[in-house]
Design a protein. Structure first.
Ligand code: CS2
Length: 473
């Protein structure tokens, strides 16, 4: 079968082509982390905005780690298909907004040049929680090997904060034009998080122009916070085969996702950008209410289902949702966490929506994918509401169960986590030290030192060990 590429566009079945001729696009957006989520979310919103208003907002993506994505997209001229898995059947079409996929290290000069170009006014990021290289306190982790190497003057910056800082440094000198840096990862205050990391990198860099650079960043670079939402499972061979059949050409870079999409952006930009608000995105003065609702209910619910579901022998979210314990656990968790959310949100409607989205039988979202990097997800998703609720005097049985379920998951042989070694080591000492040692790895010394809380978690853990996921109800 021929490969999807620009030459193949004219032969695609009716209604499956890009919304805009990709050849008409320039390079105006740099994206760090062009994985499946970006391709199914921001790239699609950007293409829709392009179809409405033009602007030439082509995207160049820079992969951080793997070269696989470059190998998939380069022979396809950046083209790939998105298949939306609706309960009534799949809908596949090609998206053309991503014009090039490169590798941040192999193409470091290109990355720096684009970040310095006045034509580029938007940088978006989906590099996952671990890509930001934060210390447990939230600042730049200068002990991280990539950050340390960058600060020691590595010729090619390997960390995201390093790449941004180098790019901004070049931009100030080359054109000084304003820029929007728009993080799209699941972290509270993600705009402020990135702004802080970049500033801390510059401060620690030893560059002689660092004060001028910091002053220029304050003035010219916006870091709006955002909330992104669309469930996008990792693509499987079967997905690629199905997309290729639907298109009549081979698509190695296919992605799939649910029909639902949400993008909420803080309306605080410094430079030109696509009119995403005309594609269903919300521009608001403060994303925090949307952010905590999504992080704590959807993402927190996902992590809970993944820890319990894996222990129950389930493979996917939809499969877990068919278990008798799943919906009651999810609803009890949401009802408890709702007490930590700002007033005025339609929590009931949101939770009903979540139950339906999670149960969508057309989606094959693997629990193991969600369970990765738990040590970076648990603090955002559970510990923040847990602390708030306990400080307000509320009981938190569902969150205690959640933490116990994660503690149990850390003993999983296939644990996939940047802190895996330390998490495993937490179980090596005396049995009664396991839970506090795990909490310490999360940077939650306060909870590790809370004897009452630790006893509650240990009790739930024993119940889960004895009776499995059903004990979570
Ligand atoms: C998931 C998210 O893997 C995970 O941790 O909770 O990727 C989730 O599917 C997305 O945030 C949905 O918008």
């Amino acid at each position: 079968m021929t490969r999807l590429n620009l030459g193949a566009l004219t032969g695609l079945p009716e209604g499956t082509g890009p919304l805009v001729d990709p050849r008409s696009l320039g390079t105006r957006i740099v994206h760090l982390g062009p994985g499946a989520f970006h391709r199914a979310h921001q790239a699609v919103h950007t293409e829709q905005a392009e179809a409405l208003h033009g602007g030439g907002w082509g995207i160049v993506g820079f992969s951080q780690r793997g070269r696989g994505v470059v190998g998939q997209l380069a022979p396809q001229d950046g083209l790939y298909s998105l298949t939306l898995r609706t309960p009534d059947g799949p809908r596949t079409r090609v998206v053309g907004q991503l014009r090039e996929a490169l590798h941040a290290a192999d193409d470091a000069d290109r990355l720096r040049a684009l970040l310095a170009s006045p034509r580029v006014t938007v940088v978006t990021l989906t590099v996952t929680e671990k890509g930001y290289r934060r210390a447990p306190g939230g600042g730049l982790d200068t002990t991280d090997p990539l950050v340390a190497a960058d600060l020691a003057g590595a010729p090619v910056p390997g960390s995201v904060p390093g790449q941004l800082a180098h790019g901004l440094r070049a931009r100030r000198v080359v054109c000084g034009a304003p820029l929007n840096v728009v993080p799209c990862d699941n972290m509270a205050d993600n705009g402020q998080v990135v702004a802080r990391l970049v500033r801390e990198f510059v401060q620690a860099s030893g560059w002689d122009d660092r004060d001028t650079l910091l002053a220029w960043i304050d003035e010219a670079v916006a870091f709006p916070s955002t909330v992104v939402d669309r469930i996008v499972p990792a693509t499987t061979d079967a997905d690629r085969d199905a997309a290729s059949v639907a298109l009549g050409v081979r698509d190695e870079a296919a992605v799939t996702g649910e029909p639902f999409t949400q993008w909420v952006l803080q309306d605080a930009f410094a430079a030109d950008r696509p009119r995403w608000e005309d594609t269903g995105a919300l521009l608001v003065p403060d994303v925090a209410p949307y952010q905590v609702m999504k992080l704590r209910l959807l993402n927190g619910g996902h992590t809970l289902l993944s820890c319990l579901g894996l222990a129950d022998g389930r493979g996917t979210v939809a499969d877990a949702m068919t278990a008798p314990w799943a919906e009651p656990v999810l609803r009890a968790y949401a009802a408890e966490v709702a007490g930590s959310l700002p007033a005025g949100l339609d929590v009931d409607g949101y939770v009903d929506g979540l139950v339906a989205r999670f149960a969508n039988p057309a989606m094959r979202h693997r629990l193991r994918q969600i369970a990765t990097d738990g040590s970076l997800k648990v603090p955002e998703r559970w510990l923040a509401p847990l602390r708030e609720l306990r400080a307000a005097g509320h009981a938190t049985p569902a969150l205690v169960t959640a933490v116990a379920a994660w503690a149990r998951h850390t003993r999983d042989e296939r644990l996939d986590d940047p802190a895996a070694e330390r998490l495993r080591a937490a179980w090596q000492g005396p049995a009664d030290r396991g839970v506090p040692a795990l909490l310490t790895v999360l940077g939650a010394e306060d909870l590790a030192g809370d004897r009452h809380f630790v006893a509650e978690v240990r009790e739930r853990l024993a119940a889960l060990d004895a009776h499995g996921a059903a004990a979570s109800i």
